[in-house]
Design a protein around this ligand. Structure first.
Ligand SMILES: *Cc1c(COP(=O)(O)O)cnc(C)c1O
Length: 344
């Protein structure tokens, strides 16, 4: 089975497991775990932020960031279909009491005018606009890299109007590798930034939230409240250190594989992809010409040894990762071609 449903499906390598087994540990909630502390220091440095915090998941990182920046009744500006609006169980409303202004976007970027118009006037009867959320890279939109200029300009636009900025950088290192622009450059526009360890970096667990010391201090209270305080979490943090040291620059391979896969699918199957749109490790393929819905196509593909996910009714989503080898590209293309051609 070749699994392209997400870059979360990777298993820890032998070397990563060895690093985990060898990790010195302590009580994380008390600040006593040396491996967690080391991972947080490495990440803070890499993202050029004052402090960083180790968390079980990206969803918790985003929830804590929203809690840091917003109060009940506030509004968060976000691209429609972003992870926060689509895939986090309604945390913004359920946990924060904030509402989402979900705005149309192109390749993950909301037009600056649209952002400006969405910021509410400061009147007693209006909801208070409080936070801009930037998803780097854009997930459901197709792995696009928010351009550095856009990141800076959108952030300064909202900051001038008193809003804060949080970067959902689940795949920030894919943006770094894909654009040859440092993660810290993107992160510099945001107050807080989260990076996932369990996506392209290949860890079994974990996320990092980074930002100014005072914000993270507040964040610790929310981390504890949400049940994110851990004990000997160094075992997990060691995987993160191993990933930072070994699995960042190799993301290039995932991007090359995604592009080669897209080129093959586009040339040899009835699915259509604009190959130039493949900027990182996510491929969105339009399946309308197959006469199958995305769900039907994915079900059929699974019987031919390839797992993919629907992304809306007309599109399937294929995500390359550490455990996907370039040798498998041809057989994926062949399976898709067999499934997508009803005349056979
Ligand atoms: C995966 C993901 C998250 C959440 O991460 P989990 O670790 O799965 O909770 C948040 N944002 C984006 C863009 C993601 O892709």
């Amino acid at each position: 089975m070749i699994d392209l449903r997400s870059d979360t499906v990777t298993r820890p390598s032998r070397a990563m497991l060895d690093a985990m087994m060898a990790a010195p540990t302590g009580d994380e909630q008390r600040g006593d775990d040396p491996t967690v502390n080391r991972l947080c220091a490495m990440m803070a440095e890499r993202l050029n932020k004052e402090a960083a915090m180790f968390l079980p998941s990206g969803t918790m990182a985003n929830s804590i960031a929203m809690l840091i920046h917003c109060s009940a009744g506030d509004e968060i500006i976000v691209a429609e279909d972003s992870h926060i609006s689509y895939s986090e169980g309604g945390g913004a409303s359920a946990l924060v009491g904030a509402q989402l202004a979900q705005l149309p976007h192109s390749r993950g970027e909301i037009a600056l005018d649209t952002i400006g118009d969405a910021i509410r006037p400061d009147r007693p009867q209006t909801v208070r606009s409080r936070l801009l959320l930037l998803e780097q890279t854009s997930n459901r939109a197709g792995g696009y890299i928010l351009k550095p200029d856009y990141v800076q300009r959108s952030a300064s636009l909202v900051r001038d109007r008193g809003l804060a900025v949080h970067m959902d950088g689940a795949r920030l290192f894919n943006a770094e590798v894909g654009s040859a622009i440092a993660a810290s450059t993107y992160a510099s526009a945001a107050d807080t930034v989260y990076v996932d360890l369990s996506k392209g970096l290949g860890c079994p667990f974990g996320a990092i939230l980074a930002g100014p010391g005072d914000m993270l201090e507040l964040g610790w209270r929310y981390k504890m409240r949400l049940g994110g305080g851990m004990r000997q979490a160094g075992i997990m943090a060691a995987a993160g250190i191993h990933a930072l040291e070994n699995n960042v620059s190799r993301l290039r391979q995932d991007h090359d594989n995604a592009r080669a896969l897209a080129t093959g699918i586009n040339a040899h199957t009835r699915l259509t992809i604009d190959v130039a749109d493949v900027e990182t490790n996510i491929v969105l393929a339009d399946c309308r010409e197959t006469g199958l819905t995305s769900r039907e196509l994915c079900d059929t593909l699974a019987r031919h040894g390839v797992r993919a996910n629907p992304n809306g009714k007309d599109t399937i989503r294929l995500v390359t990762h550490l455990d996907f080898r370039s040798d498998d590209i041809d057989s994926v293309v062949e399976s898709i071609s067999r499934c997508a051609d009803r005349s056979q």
